[in-house]
Design a protein around this ligand. Structure first.
Ligand code: DGL
Length: 271
């Protein structure tokens, strides 16, 4: 049976587009509705209560678009608010567990780094799961707080000295510990992957949570017999502030010419 309803994807801002990109690439017949809470980004520095409140509103917004599944394309939400999934009537996909599986498969020296937001690191979500799967792993964690606004501002160029210096500072603990695998535990960070790879060097595998999650989304849809066979897919984007800059960065990231009609600014405060 074909289920033509869209996949709902959300993040605090632009970061979730790195997940949306992989889902679009892997599932070209699926329509998507993306919500970026650009008016309230970052989530990663906020309290647990606030992140949960925002998450519920994001989920309600996507449900109002009759989505068949919700992907929390946000490491922070996946780490501290995944239990909100119990309150929604459609399957929920988070980004932490799938990326940890990929990291555990990739590591040879069993030294794994996790670069994420403050809230994610505080929750220990990646570390707990890594140690469940690989009890003798050494897990190094660091929060890359300033990297989120850097990406939201569109500063991602690996030749930009400010980008490189900032990235270098956050990566030092991973270099010192000689990790061979680094989880980009915030969905904003794959946008900095060229700069991160430059600093970490060739021998380190970078785990993009989007790639691992897109595989999981595909598997779930196949198992539920809910893939779409639609020939006329739509990709709709909603934000809670500044649709213009989102449009510019989203077009660059998704490598497609999004026009103004594909990004709409909405107010979800009352949801
Ligand atoms: N992209 C998000 C994440 O994966 C959150 C960044 C933020 O809002 O702090 O954690």
């Amino acid at each position: 049976m074909s289920d033509k309803r869209s996949i709902g994807i959300f993040d605090s801002g632009l970061g979730g587009l790195t997940v949306a990109k992989e889902i679009i690439r892997m599932l070209p017949s699926e329509s998507i509705v993306y919500f970026g809470d650009t008016g309230r980004v970052p989530y990663g520095t906020r309290s647990l209560e606030t992140i949960k409140k925002y998450t519920r509103q994001d989920e309600r917004f996507l449900l109002s678009h009759n989505v068949k599944m919700i992907v929390a394309a946000c490491g922070t939400v996946s780490s501290v608010a995944a239990d909100t999934a119990n309150e929604i009537p459609v399957p929920f996909v988070e980004v932490v567990s799938h990326s940890v599986n990929a990291a555990v498969k990739a590591t040879v020296n069993k030294k794994i780094g996790v670069l994420a937001t403050n809230a994610t690191i505080r929750s220990g979500s990646h570390k707990k799961r890594i140690l469940e799967l690989l009890p003798d792993a050494v897990v190094i964690e660091n929060s890359g707080t300033l990297l989120v606004p850097l990406v939201e501002e569109g500063w991602c160029d690996a030749d930009d000295v400010v980008v490189l210096k900032t990235v270098e500072r956050y990566l030092k603990p991973f270099i010192d510990a000689r990790v061979d695998t680094l989880i980009l535990g915030c969905t904003h960070f794959p946008m900095l992957s060229k700069a991160i790879a430059k600093v970490m060097g060739n021998g380190v595998t970078l785990i993009n949570m989007g790639t691992a999650t897109a595989v999981a989304v595909k598997d779930m849809l196949i198992k539920a017999d809910a893939l779409s066979d639609d020939q006329t897919v739509t990709h709709s984007f909603f934000v809670s502030d500044k649709a213009d800059s989102f449009l510019h960065l989203a077009s660059r990231l998704l490598e497609k010419d999004l026009d103004e009609s594909s990004v709409e600014q909405v107010d979800i405060n009352g949801l």
